[in-house]
Design a protein around this ligand. Structure first.
Ligand code: ATP
Ligand code: MG
Length: 416
């Protein structure tokens, strides 16, 4: 589990605010649910024989001996809340959430025990138009972050539950012929959840299943039409994708559309966003049948990708202007000037020097703050109602401007 230190929180805030802006631009509404839920919720939704439920959940008994778990993902929580508050049946909802998730996994780059997901969940819409929309929304985020070139979209269809039953028989028959090449996990899944063998990360298993019959060739007619509808929309919108017949997703509740955005910039933890359709989940969790589709994005992996880019310093800067006060007699003047500027330019990032000290010391602090400009305020400046402006990062001569001009000067700096 990670601390988010001041050196990183700027980037995190930038990620979060960009996400908020993009979801708002599609008319999605935020939902916040508790971090702890009844363990049973995840068993019933994610599936008993999935990695998450079998070995990754933080589960404990509370004082009433109820079994609770820290949430390992968001979808089940949103469906639980939606059912509980009557948000889902016979309605359309386009929701999003962002927050901590917990899984007891082996920590490594891009894989942590507490991590953050941003996700969207849409309810009450059956067609491929909404599948295309949630993919489009995720694609817009890559564009906003300037990483469209670093991610690729993979899609597949899992068809209907019925079609999967007959496919499973074919798959099991095939896997039995390769039993000697499967690892212990896959042998177990062969009995409990054979589709998940296709999801194995073990290269030897991947090789063994590469010629397995493909689910996408066994789709029921409706699902095939749905998938074709999605592909057409993505084509028309210029969203490139690869159909990956081995994409089955680790969670039990998906049907029809599944997709992942993957990257090569993060080593083996290559999936930054994953989702799909889960038309049966609402009913499975006790609500009236309602279609659902959504995705979850791993924010640590997104942040790792952004850290490799040379982001505009302005995006993540903490301080843009550092205001000095050369002795105690000008402290009040420097404060008043600063407060006026905070009134005039709400997005300003301005830090006032505190703690006294000579010119050299104050300029050292100004430099450490990361600011690009220092306002130098001494007795002369106060007497003439001026401020001296020193550029800390560019070769530009120092200038002195009057208080009247200062607001305008600062507004221009921030494009107000
Ligand atoms: P993986 O195959 O990498 O284990 P998953 O299929 O378990 O992923 P999901 O449950 O689909 O992952 O979660 C959606 C996204 O959340 C993932 O694509 C990933 O970006 C992120 N994620 C999942 N588990 C972790 C983790 N332990 N640490 C950091 N991010 C994670
Ligand atoms: Mg996992």
């Amino acid at each position: 589990m990670n601390d988010c230190l001041p050196t990183e929180s700027g980037l995190w805030q930038y990620v979060e605010s960009t996400i908020r802006q993009v979801v708002a631009s599609y008319g999605y509404q935020e939902i916040r649910t508790p971090i702890v839920e009844s363990t049973d919720l995840f068993k019933r939704s994610i599936g008993e024989v999935t990695d998450i439920v079998e070995k990754e959940m933080y589960t404990f008994e509370d004082r009433n001996s109820d079994s609770l778990s820290l949430r390992p993902e968001g979808t089940a929580c949103v469906v639980r809340a939606g059912n509980e508050h009557g948000l889902l049946y016979n309605q359309q909802q386009r929701l999003w959430y962002m927050g901590q998730m917990f899984r007891h996994e082996r920590p490594q780059k891009g894989r942590y025990r507490q991590f953050h997901q941003f996700g969207v969940e849409v309810f009450g819409l059956a067609g491929p138009d909404i599948d295309a929309e949630v993919i489009l929304l995720s694609a817009r985020l890559w564009k906003k972050f300037g990483i469209s070139q670093n991610v690729t979209l993979e899609i597949n269809s899992l068809g209907s539950a019925d079609a999967r039953v007959s496919y499973k028989k074919q798959l099991v028959a095939f896997l039995k012929t390769r039993e000697s090449e499967l690892d212990e996990d896959s042998l177990r899944r062969l009995k409990t959840n054979p589709l998940r063998v296709l999801d194995s990360k073990n290269p030897q298993v991947q090789n063994a299943v590469k010629d397995a019959p493909k689910l996408i060739d066994c789709l029921d007619e409706e699902s095939a039409k749905h998938f074709q509808g999605l592909c057409e929309r993505l084509d028309n919108l210029g969203i490139q994708y690869r159909v990956n017949p081995a994409l089955v997703r680790g969670l039990d509740y998906y049907n029809r559309t599944v997709f992942e955005w993957v990257t090569e910039s993060l080593g083996s933890q290559g999936t930054v966003c994953a989702g799909g359709r889960y038309d049966g989940l609402v009913e499975q969790l006790g609500g009236k049948a309602t279609q659902g589709v959504g995705f979850a994005m791993g924010l640590e992996r997104l942040v790792l990708m952004l850290q490799t880019l040379d982001l505009d310093k302005n995006i993540v800067s903490v301080v843009d202007i550092y205001v000095t006060a050369m002795d105690e007699s000008v402290e009040l003047y420097a404060r008043q000037v600063s407060e006026t500027l905070r009134d005039a330019v709400p997005q300003i990032k301005l830090m006032n020097h505190c703690g006294g000290g000579n010119f050299k010391k104050q300029m050292k602090r100004a430099d450490q703050s990361g600011a690009s400009i220092a306002f130098i305020i001494g007795q002369d400046e106060m007497a003439s109602q001026q401020v001296a402006i020193k550029y800390l990062r560019e070769k530009q001569p120092q200038e002195t401007i009057s208080l009247n001009e200062l607001t305008h000067f600062t507004q221009k700096l921030f494009n107000v």
